[in-house]
Design a protein around this ligand. Structure first.
Ligand SMILES: Cc1cc2nc3c(=O)[nH]c(=O)nc-3n(C[C@H](O)[C@H](O)[C@H](O)COP(=O)(O)O)c2cc1C
Length: 166
């Protein structure tokens, strides 16, 4: 069973969470805003899709700070974790979607299995924390992109998840 947990200040990552839920057939009841969720709610799921936009200069979205502390205390062994987020590569090229990479780093000790790393086309970003070994560690949607381009990225990422058994 899959659950989505996201943090979003102006609604962009919230909308993306809804689109991901649609693509993967996840019910609205399994899409959680971390602002109002308890960390142990993740134990209902064997696959977690975690989303954060990036704020400040390469920081997690505000609501993630408290939720992440709780999440790090959970045993996530045996669970698959896919990461996603929204950012702005034209204004913040060096910290583009850093929050996605921060979640990856912070959850490394929880025993989970990360899925959904992919090599997006048409991105010149290389320095951000979302980049690792020539790939993005999760879906990174650029608010400067057109709807068509972001839909293409979403489709590519969903295909990778499906190949990985999500
Ligand atoms: C003050 C400010 C700081 C930001 N910092 C970053 C950043 O470091 N990296 C990035 O990729 N985007 C950054 N952004 C862009 C937001 O991540 C982007 O607007 C995102 O779509 C917001 O998503 P949300 O509505 O789900 O919170 C910043 C935006 C603002 C207004």
């Amino acid at each position: 069973m899959k659950g989505i947990f996201y943090g979003s200040t102006t609604g962009t990552t919230g909308s993306l969470a809804g689109r991901i839920a649609e693509e993967l057939g996840i019910a609205a009841a399994d899409v959680h805003d971390v602002a109002g969720a308890a960390a142990d709610a993740v134990q209902r799921y064997d696959c977690l899709l975690l989303g954060s936009s990036t704020w400040g200069c390469g920081e997690l979205q505000d609501d993630w700070f408290g939720f992440l502390e709780g999440l790090k205390g959970q045993d996530l062994s045996g669970k698959s974790v896919a990461l996603f987020g929204c950012g702005d590569s034209s204004m913040y090229p060096d910290t583009f979607c850093d929050a996605v990479g921060i979640l990856r780093e912070e959850l490394a000790g929880t025993g989970c299995r990360f899925v959904g790393a992919y090599a997006p086309q048409n991105y010149s970003v290389t320095d951000s924390k979302v980049c690792e070994d020539g790939k993005f560690v999760g879906l990174a949607i650029d608010e400067a992109d057109s709807e068509a381009v972001s839909s293409e990225h979403l489709k590519q990422w969903i295909a990778v998840l499906k190949e990985e058994g999500v």
